[in-house]
Structures are given as structure tokens and as C-alpha cells.
Design a protein around this ligand. Structure first.
Ligand code: SAH
Length: 393
């Protein structure tokens, strides 16, 4: 196995079991390790720190598999997968849902691998060269541990480019239905596994959808960036008076509408608006439209810290409009799923937005990604979704 030797002092993060080693921390690389192959990592005094996957194209040059001396083989991955699933067993017992994130990459000690389960179908995303290198044994390990054979790949994310990998999507094994109906929170949702955004559904909002639904009873609700209607269906399910769902994706709204029918809700409680949120919210403000609850769950405006300034302006803009569209006593539920925008900055942006909207607001509750998207104590970067429930009064 090829070897990596770190610069003096650069072993500290590794000793704290942080899984990433940046290129600047590396003194020497022995041999010419293949993209994604395993390398032994040593500190400057030649002590073995563990084994990781080498990624010559990425600034994250090594992603650690282990801080011990294990062999990186199928059995190793079976143990990791088994542990990740057990990590979720209390959740699966608590909620009678049928869609789960089983593996959340670094946070589940399998850097670069995402696995979502929709009923008996697994959808995988491989995001790092290390997981790509071990793709065959990872898939075999998944089959062995889960006993599930319907596996579909959605490795169609931009981040693969940074790892020197091409996009890949398609069936891996089993009969893959084009659509599947999952259960979440007592509601049914159609998931388009092959063409939809992400792996098909925003499972990370599971707990938040339940929490937000409580605020929607007898209220007029505007769900902006609604996708297939996650928050909307919960709101109607909890007897919201009126729900308006807004999204720029025609396909997502078509599914939202079908989800509405599938759950047996009467039509008159729901309106669907296709358009650009920035424009539509401005128009609503100019028309003096008002709502009791406004939900803002935009896409990732800042995938990395490089996009932070531009993203901050976009977040401020929609939050300002969100506050403007609220009745006094109204609730703004606002999210950011950008890894590049940290919680403190997000709160500051929302506070600037309230100030500019001339609104006084207090935080009723802070929200995070659901616990099947865990955040490892060793890897704070795994925390990406943050939300605020604000009361305007
Ligand atoms: N809240 C959703 C997930 C939102 S994902 C849920 O719980 O399932 C973000 C959504 O924003 C996507 O559906 C995407 O189509 C939509 N979107 C992206 N840019 C947009 C824009 N400028 N205006 C309106 N919708 C947009």
C-alpha cells in the first residue's frame, strides 16, 4: 500500500478522528497511488495514523476509512453499514415511515457514500473517489447487510467532478419501479426515483415537517420551494385553511398535485403556483397578499464557502419578502441547506431581513436535518440544514 506522510503538526485533526486530510497537510506521497485507492497515513515521526482513500484531484486529498489498522475490504464495509443501520433503529421504531437515509457518508464513517431507502428500493450516490474505487464491494456489502436487491444509482452530482469522476445513473440490480409510493408521517408521497431531484425525496425534513404542521391548523399557508409538496401535505393534513405551494419545477408541482389527491384531500384547500420565487413573492407583496405561515426551503444557494456572499443576498431577499407577506402574529419557517452558510450567519441574514422588512421577530424554535442524517461529533461539516421558526409580532 502507498504511504502518505503528513507535515509536522498536521496530524492533530486526524488524531481527533476528523476524516479529511487537505493537500496542504501532506509532506510526501510515496509511489503514485491510483485515484481512490487506499493509502497508509503517517505523522511526521512515522507513526501510523490510519488508512484513507487517496484523491489526487481534490483539495481533500485523503478521506480516512479508519483510524486503526483494519483491512479495507467487503467485511469492513459490512460492519460499517450494519452499524449505520443500527444507529437508526430507535428512529425506525419510533416513526412508522418507509423512507430513510441509511448511510450519510462521512457522518456514518463511509466517506462519499449516500444510501437512501424507499420501501424495498435502495438509491445510492457515490460522491468520492474512494467510494468509487470500492464500488463493487460496497454494493455487495449493502446487499448482504440489508438483504435488499433493488438498487439504483444516482451518482449525478457536480461534486464528482472535483474527485475526477464522471456522472453515473442507472439500475444496479433488481426491478426498479419508475415511481414508488412511500409513507411519511402518516401521509403518502410519490417518489420519482430516476428523474427527480436528489435521490427523489427530501427525507432530511422528516421531523421538521411534523413540527411545522402544528403551526398550520386553521391558517393560510404559503409553502415556497415546495418541491413535491412535503410541507404542504402535512399542513393540509393538519387542517390548514388554505395552502399555496410555489415551485419553479413543473414536474415537482405535478407530483405535488398527485400527492394531494393520493392523500384524499379536497381540491379547494390547495393552490399550485409555478414560477420563480423571487419574482412571484415580489408580485404577491405588491398585491398586498398576506399569509399566517410562510415556509421558505430554498435549494442550496451556497454549495461551498466560495458562494457565500452571493447566497447571503439571495437568502436575505427571500426572507425579507417572507416577512413582508406575513400577517402580524404570523410564522416564518425559514431554512438553509447550504453547507457554506453556518448557523450563526444564517440567523444574522434572517435578522437583517426582518430589520429591512420593518418586522420585529423572535425565534420560537431552531430546526436541523433529521437524525437519519446524523452529524458526527468528529465531523461538524456534516451539519448542513438549519432552520428557524420565527414569530412576527
Ligand atoms: N421543501 C421541499 C424541498 C425543497 S427543495 C420538501 O420538503 O420536499 C428546493 C426546491 O426549490 C426544488 O423543488 C426546486 O425546484 C425549487 N426551486 C429552485 N429554484 C427556485 C426558484 N428560483 N423559484 C422557485 N422554486 C425554486
Amino acid at each position: 500500500m502507498n504511504k502518505i506522510i503528513l507535515k509536522s503538526g498536521k496530524e492533530k485533526a486526524v488524531l481527533r478522528h476528523h476524516p479529511w486530510i487537505f493537500s496542504g497537510a501532506i509532506a510526501t506521497v510515496s509511489g503514485d497511488p491510483e485515484n481512490g485507492s487506499s493509502v497508509q497515513v503517517f505523522d511526521s515521526k512515522n507513526n501510523l495514523l490510519g488508512i484513507g482513500a487517496f484523491s489526487p484531484y481534490s483539495q481533500i486529498r485523503v478521506r480516512m476509512w479508519t483510524f486503526g489498522h483494519e483491512d479495507i475490504n467487503q467485511e469492513f464495509f459490512e460492519k460499517r453499514i450494519d452499524r449505520a443501520i443500527k444507529r437508526r433503529s430507535y428512529l425506525m421504531e419510533k416513526y412508522n415511515d418507509s423512507a430513510w437515509r441509511l448511510i450519510h457518508a462521512e457522518s456514518d464513517q463511509i466517506p462519499g457514500l449516500i444510501v437512501d431507502q424507499y420501501n424495498d428500493v435502495l438509491v445510492i450516490q457515490i460522491l468520492s473517489s474512494g467510494s468509487e474505487f470500492n464500488r463493487e464491494i460496497l454494493i455487495e456489502a449493502l446487499r448482504n447487510v440489508t438483504k435488499l436487491h433493488k438498487i439504483y444509482e444516482r451518482s449525478d452530482l457536480d461534486v464528482r467532478k472535483m474527485e475526477g469522476l464522471k456522472e453515473r445513473t442507472g439500475k444496479i440490480s433488481g426491478e426498479i419501479p419508475s415511481e414508488i409510493i412511500i409513507n411519511e408521517g402518516g401521509h403518502k408521497f410519490i417518489v420519482d426515483l430516476q428523474n427527480s431531484q436528489k435521490t427523489g425525496f427530501y427525507i432530511d425534513q422528516r421531523i421538521n415537517r411534523r413540527i411545522v404542521a402544528d403551526y398550520c391548523k386553521n391558517k393560510d399557508v404559503l409553502n415556497v420551494f415546495s418541491f413535491t409538496g412535503g410541507f404542504s401535505i402535512y399542513a393540509v393534513g393538519n387542517n390548514a385553511r388554505r395552502v399555496v405551494s410555489l415551485d419553479s419545477s413543473h414536474e415537482a408541482l405535478a407530483l405535488a398535485e398527485r400527492n394531494h389527491i393520493l392523500n384524499g384531500f379536497p381540491d379547494q384547500e390547495h393552490e399550485w403556483l409555478e414560477g420563480d420565487a423571487f419574482q412571484v413573492l415580489r408580485k404577491m407583496r405588491d398585491q398586498n397578499q398576506r399569509f399566517d405561515v410562510v415556509i421558505l426551503d430554498p435549494p442550496k444557494f451556497a454549495p461551498t464557502v466560495a458562494h457565500v456572499n452571493k447566497a447571503a443576498r439571495a437568502y436575505k431577499d427571500i426572507n425579507l419578502l417572507g416577512f413582508k407577506l406575513l400577517n402580524p402574529g404570523g410564522i416564518l419557517v425559514t431554512f438553509s441547506c447550504s453547507g457554506g452558510i453556518q448557523e450563526g450567519l444564517f440567523q444574522k441574514i434572517v435578522s437583517d431581513a426582518a430589520l429591512d422588512a420593518g418586522a420585529y421577530a423572535t425565534i420560537l424554535q431552531k430546526l436541523y436535518q433529521g437524525p437519519d442524517h446524523p452529524v458526527s461529533l468528529n465531523f461538524p461539516e456534516g451539519a448542513y440544514l438549519k432552520g428557524l421558526i420565527c414569530l412576527k409580532n
